[in-house]
Design a protein around this ligand. Structure first.
Ligand code: PLP
Length: 419
């Protein structure tokens, strides 16, 4: 395990100030103000350790993987496969063969929906998802239900922004073949009880597919303890590069599934009459993969591990509780979702009847980057009968001072709109 450079001296307890030194992008001014980056739920920033690992790879190691006998091809293959092993260890997967490289969470979820779904779903079967899903855990299931004739059902949410567990009881019948849900909502911040939901799915014979896009970057993850059948997540939300995602799956399920895409590397043999598939994980990795991105994600995993996922979860709990308290004091501001004790590091809100895009534009003038819109989760906005929200989100490099600046800028917005 490589500790991030700046923590070698202090080794155990990093400070946010030390962490920030590793993120060159945070040093800049935006519209004459220091950048306050409160948009990590959309995509996190990258530490120099990740940037340098990718730079070093391209300067010294790059060639195509798995195909050559020359020195560089072997070195690139080793870097690519070591990254897979490192990622497997990060989530406690039993084997790197169960780590499939994809482009992002979206592709990971599509892979399961199409590959597992085409082989296992038919008329009379049901797929269960929740009202708080990101579009990437809704649309693939809508599409596969259309193809297979299965029926899609949704677990509703309560007025507190949590899954309605009583409704879940009645929905989770033996017709359900797959229960796919987010570990953490990207709009409400709600942290779902993953182990309990997985156990309930298994009790009716369904498989459990977990969207970990918002949980893996922020909370400790142990796929064996949690027992999910599939877990999807994105590198770019956990300090790694874009263009890289992971699908973890249970081995027997992955073995039994047909390939998702066809092409080079995913085959054992191709004849004009037909083809045979490569072993795991390559069966699901057609074509030249994102090699430097795998190296970058591995460096990000080292960085997160160096800080400690428990430290990260604690830091985010503290800063979210502080932000919750300060934002709750702003008259006319409505926060969506549960209290700070049951949510991850993000807060979505509406400010009176000001359009969230206007709020975000005003904050931007003060150098504060937040996101506004439906956050690719329209059904949950429909639930609250609003088209959009403004969302502030927090990660390892955010400070309470940035929260204070957010609140001050919101008062400015209120004054501008006479609220
Ligand atoms: N699921 C959740 C909960 C998300 O927040 C996101 C992205 O915001 C995704 C899935 C999709 O991630 P990606 O765009 O990296 O595929």
């Amino acid at each position: 395990m490589t500790l991030p450079q700046s923590f070698k001296a202090s080794a155990i307890m990093p400070t946010v100030a030390e962490i920030r030194k590793d993120f060159p992008i945070l040093e800049q001014q935006v519209h004459g103000h220091p950048l306050a980056y409160l948009d990590s739920t959309a995509s996190s920033q990258k530490p120099i350790q990740v940037i340098e690992a990718m730079n070093r790879y391209y300067r010294t190691t790059h060639a195509n993987v798995h195909r050559g006998v020359h020195y560089l091809s072997e070195a690139a293959t080793t870097a690519y496969e070591n990254a897979r092993l490192n990622i497997a260890r990060f989530i406690n997967a039993p084997s790197p063969k169960q780590i499939i490289y994809t482009r992002n969470t979206t592709e990971s979820l599509n892979l399961v929906a199409y590959s597992w779904g085409r082989a296992n779903l038919g008329p009379g079967d049901e797929v269960l998802i929740t009202e708080m899903e990101h579009h990437s855990n809704i649309v693939p299931w809508q599409l596969i239900c259309e193809i297979t004739g299965a029926t899609l059902r949704y677990v509703p949410i309560t007025s507190r922004g949590e899954l309605d567990m009583e409704a879940l009881d009645s929905l989770l019948t033996e017709k359900i073949r797959v229960f796919a849900f987010t570990a953490m909502s990207n709009v409400l911040g709600t942290i779902n009880p993953v182990e309990e939901l997985v156990a309930r799915a298994h009790a009716v014979g369904a498989i459990a597919v977990v969207d970990g896009a918002q949980s893996v970057p922020h909370l400790p993850t142990d796929v064996q303890a949690m027992d999910m059948d599939f877990l999807a997540f994105s590198s770019h939300k956990m300090l790694g590069p874009t263009g890289m995602g992971i699908l973890y799956g249970k081995r027997e399920l992955l073995e039994a599934m047909p390939p998702f895409m066809g092409g080079g590397d995913m085959i054992r043999e191709v004849k004009m009459e037909g083809s045979r598939w490569n072993e795991l994980p390559y069966k699901f990795e057609a074509g030249t993969p994102a090699i430097a991105e795998a190296v970058g994600l591995s460096a990000a995993v080292d960085y997160l591990r160096g800080i400690g996922m428990d430290w990260i979860a604690d830091h985010e709990r503290r800063i979210t509780a502080y932000a919750w308290e300060r934002l709750s004091e702003v008259e006319g501001l409505r926060i969506l979702g549960p209290g700070p004790e049951r949510r991850g590091g993000l807060i979505s809100f509406v400010l009176g009847d000001v359009h969230p895009h206007d709020v975000a534009a005003i904050l931007d003038m003060d150098g504060i980057a937040v996101r506004a819109g439906h956050h690719c989760a329209q059904p949950i906005h429909d639930h609250y009968c609003i088209p959009a929200t403004t969302r502030a989100s927090f990660y390892i490099y955010n400070t309470e001072e940035e929260v204070d600046r957010l609140v001050m800028a919101l008062y400015k917005a209120k004054a501008m709109f006479d609220l």
